[in-house]
Design a protein around this ligand. Structure first.
Ligand code: NAD
Ligand code: WQD
Length: 352
């Protein structure tokens, strides 16, 4: 029998790519998204890529009545919770909106999941929970901290979710919670079809969409934030991961929770797992790879460091391999090629 996965925020960047991989893996998908940072066109294109239907409910995950209806009308086996606000700078200006959206959506979702007896959850966490790392590569057992309200919202949610299995033990719950906290490193790239990709509504905060918008002529030049870090060439080092690899990591997580990963026992309780490549590359290395592979110039200038940035951040991805049988397949060449393919064929994103 086909299992149905509830995907909150499924019209967004990572959510839409994950819907493709879930559908390709044979799951049915129900999406709830309020379209605050996405377009319904993304889901139409997911359907075109997969030749399958997505059940789309436009609405807010904080709306418990709506969630109740969704759980009553669909037999959900597991939920993936992408919905949330994600811009670090904005979170410093409007912390309450971030705590409201990110915390209350997770609370409402878990309350309605518990009421419906659905206790398999994959949560979108972030490498930001490692704060300013003292040792690299980052393993899941390192101390956690937050440097901004966005990161703090992820940290609070991780802690909140950790309380659920303890309550199961106290309550001798028949069906205990099984929660996978996926800590993403830096997602980039797009589906190889070039029909879905990252489409920031305002000026991009992240590096790759800024690069592609410069390359396509929407912006004059890229500012490279900081050239005096203690790194290979002085610019910041990150673990960029292709969004399709990331999406497949979610399918592996769901497979694990539903007992569909052969040779791996299903995770019980709460488990944090990094999704990264394990390799760090610098801003200039990424910019140069983009220009060379795509044969397109990316005008850039070196400017001062961006406040709050760390010099380097990359994953130890061993746990994902051990528990989820997952590792990345796509390299930096594929990341820059697919990012450019998406931007070039959709110069204005979904808004053309
Ligand atoms: P995105 O903004 O493209 O997707 C989020 C989606 O959630 C959007 O479609 C938005 O409309 C929807 N949404 C927001 N609040 C909602 C609500 N209350 N109810 C219903 N829908 C709502 O972002 P993304 O890059 O796809 O990120 C997905 C998740 O992954 C987020 O939780 C984010 O914090 C996390 N994450 C992202 C990154 C990254 O760099 N992109 C890194 C680490 C973690
Ligand atoms: C990458 C590198 C910048 C833009 C953020 C969040 C993190 C996670 C992923 C959600 C850094 C440099 C950037 C530019 C630049 N999101 N840069 N010029 O900061 O690693 O992580 O997104 O969870 O929480 O903090 O990603 O893409 O912003 O920056 O030089 O115009 O690119 O300084 O070295 P970051 P990023």
């Amino acid at each position: 029998m086909t299992s149905t996965i509830l995907v909150t925020g499924g019209a967004g960047y990572i959510g839409s790519h994950t819907c493709v991989e879930l559908l390709n893996a044979g799951y049915d998908v129900v999406v709830i998204d309020n379209l605050s940072n996405s377009s319904p066109e993304a889901l139409k294109r997911v359907e075109a890529i997969t030749n399958k239907n997505v059940s789309f409910i436009e609405g807010d995950v904080r709306n418990r009545k709506l969630l109740k209806k969704v759980f009553a009308e669909h037999s959900i086996a597991a939920a993936i919770h992408f919905a949330g606000l994600k811009a670090v700078g904005e979170s410093c200006q409007m912390p309450l909106a971030y705590y409201d959206n990110n915390l209350n959506s997770t609370l409402a979702l878990c309350q309605e999941m518990e009421a419906a007896g659905v206790k398999n959850l994959v949560f979108s966490s972030s490498a930001t929970v490692y704060g300013d790392p003292e040792t690299l590569p980052l393993t899941e057992d390192l101390p956690l901290s937050a440097t901004n309200p966005y990161g703090r919202s992820k940290l609070i949610i991780e802690e909140m979710l950790r309380d659920l299995p303890e309550a199961d033990t106290l309550n001798k719950a028949e069906k205990p919670w099984a929660v996978i906290l996926l800590r993403y490193f830096n997602p980039v790239g797009a589906h190889e079809s070039g029909t879905i990709g990252e489409d920031p509504k305002d000026t991009p905060n992240n590096l790759m969409p800024y690069i592609t918008q410069v390359a396509v002529g929407r912006r004059e030049k890229l500012s490279v934030f900081g050239s005096d870090y203690d790194t290979v060439d002085g610019t910041g080092v990150r673990d960029y991961i292709h969004v399709v690899d990331l999406a497949k990591g979610h399918v592996c997580a769901v497979n694990n929770l539903l007992g569909n990963l052969s040779g791996k026992s299903p995770i019980t309780g709460v488990e944090a797992i990094n999704l990264g490549t394990g390799n760090g590359i610098s801003v200039l290395e990424l910019v140069n790879a983009f220009s060379t592979i795509n044969d397109v110039p990316v005008p850039h200038e070196l400017v001062a460091r961006r406040p709050g940035d760390v010099a380097a951040c990359y994953a130890n991805a061993d746990k994902a391999s051990e528990l989820l049988d997952w590792s990345t397949e796509l390299d930096v060449d594929a990341m820059v090629k697919d990012s450019w393919h998406w931007q070039k064929t959709n110069p204005k994103g979904y808004g053309q």
